[in-house]
Design a protein around this ligand. Sequence first.
Ligand SMILES: NC(=O)c1ccc[n+]([C@@H]2O[C@H](COP(=O)([O-])OP(=O)(O)OC[C@H]3O[C@@H](n4cnc5c(N)ncnc54)[C@H](O)[C@@H]3O)[C@@H](O)[C@H]2O)c1
Length: 435
Amino acid sequence: MSVICTSEGSSPVPTPLFSAPATPETERDEYFDEPSLRLEDDAPYVLVTGGLGYIGSHTSLELLKAGYNVIIVDDLSNSFDHVFDRILLAAKQHFDRTGGHCPRAELRCIDFRDMPAMRALLASYTVEPSPDINNNSTPSRSRITGVIHFAAFKDVNDSLRNPLKYYHNNVTGLVDLVSLLADHDIKTFIFSSSANVYGTLAQNHGTLREEHCVHQPETYHCASSSEPITSEQGCTGITNPYGRTKWMGEAILSDIAASDPSWTIIGLRYFNPIGCDPSGLLGEDPRGTPSNLVPVVVQVLTGQLPALSVYGTDWATPDGTAIRDFIHVSDVARGHTAALAAALAGKVKTNFRTFNLGTGRGHSVAEVVAAMEGVSHQDIPKRLADRRPGDVQECVAVPKRAACELGWEAEKSLQDACQDLWHSLRGDRVEGMLG
Ligand SMILES: NC(=O)c1ccc[n+]([C@@H]2O[C@H](COP(=O)([O-])OP(=O)(O)OC[C@H]3O[C@@H](n4cnc5c(N)ncnc54)[C@H](O)[C@@H]3O)[C@@H](O)[C@H]2O)c1
């Protein structure tokens, strides 16, 4: 495998959460091919932006396991370059176990908004026209057959303070990226969306289906009504700039797909990814202060924070805390390989399609904390706090569309996610593997 890391400077020290020793350089060399080999053959690649982040790293691993060659573009704004070694090591372990051949992976440490750098990257994967036996020239084509776009900023509170930072990266960046991809005729695109696009619709529905938030009018049937229901395009009650960037991203992509049938675009709406790969090699290791529930729980368990703030304990739920659809991140990652396979096989119903990636089961915040206490045999100190503006009581996916059309379902439980996370925190699997 080849690594081309164009970033200057040293990699930062990982946080204690996933601070197992970095893969030694010698071990790195062991499974890297000569970079020159890469340019000589015709193998297809998947481009993964933000592939060193939490969901991107797990997806890159699942892509390798599924046989795809992968190019990761990440500017390390919210991740560390040692994550690349971890992905390779986890993939190597998988293929050592299963006996298969590990596909190739490459890392480019660049901002996906750096158009000259991205243009150079895409150019290096373009197969130039070559005359056939009749002296007819075939058009140039890219060896990149699909793109999975994770790279974005995702902190809801930060987006309220710095909206332009979010619109620049998540919206302007997306427009520039898809324009560049169109220039290279790369038109299979998987977009990281979010349950955030449903805004306050969760208030009315509790469980959310894709038809509740659409970009073209959609008619559907549901059990509670004998009449078909038509959803008009638009969004309802999105309370923060981050959520709006995801809705806008979907809307832009939907318009592109409507204007040009040669695109196949899928928006995956993640609910609440938690946990980590069972190898313990990957995890959620953001820079700065985490905002999601589980990384904060982890910081309390590891003594970096004195207590967990539980926002909202007076909801009309059995224990008073909010209910969310927590889904194991490896299930989310497999959702991407399922979506990509369907898109590449031309098996997506419309050329812009959204899918919920959730389990369809809700768990309260208190249940997650209790599950983490159970696997760790430790008490997690809690501080009860007021509801945060924009929070909803319950947000749970109806995941049927992904099951019917992508053949994907979440397989792992909340308990699995907490167990994997705890093993990873203890470092037992990682220590064992790195000797
Ligand atoms: N984690 C969640 O709960 C969640 C839920 C719904 C949607 N999402 C979306 O999923 C995607 C991935 O989320 P995550 O949790 O893995 O986040 P993350 O921050 O861990 O990963 C994002 C990665 O993208 C990189 N990045 C950001 N801007 C970049 C740029 N301009 N150029 C190159 N790299 C850049 C970061 O360094 C990071 O490695 C995001 O688009 C996020 O909005 C996440």
